[in-house]
Design a protein around this ligand. Structure first.
Ligand code: C5P
Length: 247
């Protein structure tokens, strides 16, 4: 069954851990992103591991192969389960990351590629990569699939993608290639600043293995029942679409 990862987008480690304790044992995976990691450091990851939680460390690494390999080794020693890096860092960088993850004793983190940031549109992509806007027409999904292919060929375990791209990616890359989708909103909840959202059920049906959920849990008055409601929607989607998600 697809797993739900709660994004700990809090300002302090105390706030984050308070939320973790409030959600209790049904919540197994937590995302630590750049802000929380920069503020709380490895201590936040240690505190989560001590509570028996699995960690998605979303650092979106992007540097020369040697530097990324060093960071991947350090993250692997923290016993994180999932770690992100930018596919645009290139094959050598991703291969170095793979090798570094395997070199640390214990279970290596699963490495996820960031393809095209969802904050970028076609026009911005065209300007960044020096293409004419005509060339970029209809090109975002094509770019995402091409970069996912490069990620897979370089030894990564999967990619992060919006639920809309998940369907095309799943068609091109069957399991066990992992699809991790943020932008999840239960039916009826406002999209906030997200533009390409899907309900938990839609994300599961599109083939997501992990759903990253932030404000739909953390921004509610009662996070624990909000989380349970999302879990029920995931379960329901699996029962009506049994081939979806990781078994
Ligand atoms: O609050 P919300 O559910 O929108 O949070 C989603 C989480 O997923 C946030 O931590 C956000 O940074 C992250 N994310 C995203 N879109 C991406 C990649 C990561 O929303 N493309």
């Amino acid at each position: 069954m697809a797993e739900v990862i709660v994004a700990l987008d809090t300002r302090t480690a105390d706030e984050a851990l308070g939320l973790v304790d409030e959600l209790g044992s049904p919540a197994k995976y937590f995302k630590v992103g750049l802000e929380l990691f920069t503020r709380g450091g490895p201590a936040v990851v240690h505190a989560l591991r001590e509570r028996g939680k699995r960690v998605f460390l979303d650092l979106k690494l992007h540097d020369i192969p040697n530097t990324v390999a060093g960071a991947v080794k350090a993250a692997s020693a923290l016993e994180v389960d999932l770690l992100t890096l930018h596919v645009s860092g290139g094959r050598a960088m991703m291969e170095a990351a793979r090798e570094a993850a395997e070199a640390v004793p214990g279970t290596p983190p699963r490495l996820l590629g960031v393809t095209v940031l969802t904050s970028l549109d076609r026009g911005q992509l065209a300007r960044i990569w020096g293409r004419s806007t005509d060339d970029a027409d209809g090109g975002v999904e094509e770019d995402v699939v091409r970069l996912a292919e490069l990620a897979r060929g370089s030894g990564l375990d999967g990619v992060v993608a919006s639920p809309q791209e998940a369907r095309a990616l799943r068609r091109a890359f069957p399991q066990p290639f992992l699809l991790v989708t943020p932008g999840i909103r239960p039916a009826g909840r406002a999209p906030d600043d997200q533009r390409r959202t899907a309900t938990p059920g839609e994300a599961v049906e599109a083939g997501a293995d992990f759903l990253v959920v932030g404000r739909a849990v953390t921004g509610t008055r009662d996070p624990a029942p909000s989380f349970q409601a999302i879990l029920s929607q995931v379960r329901r989607a699996h029962s009506t679409s049994p081939e979806a998600g990781v078994p």
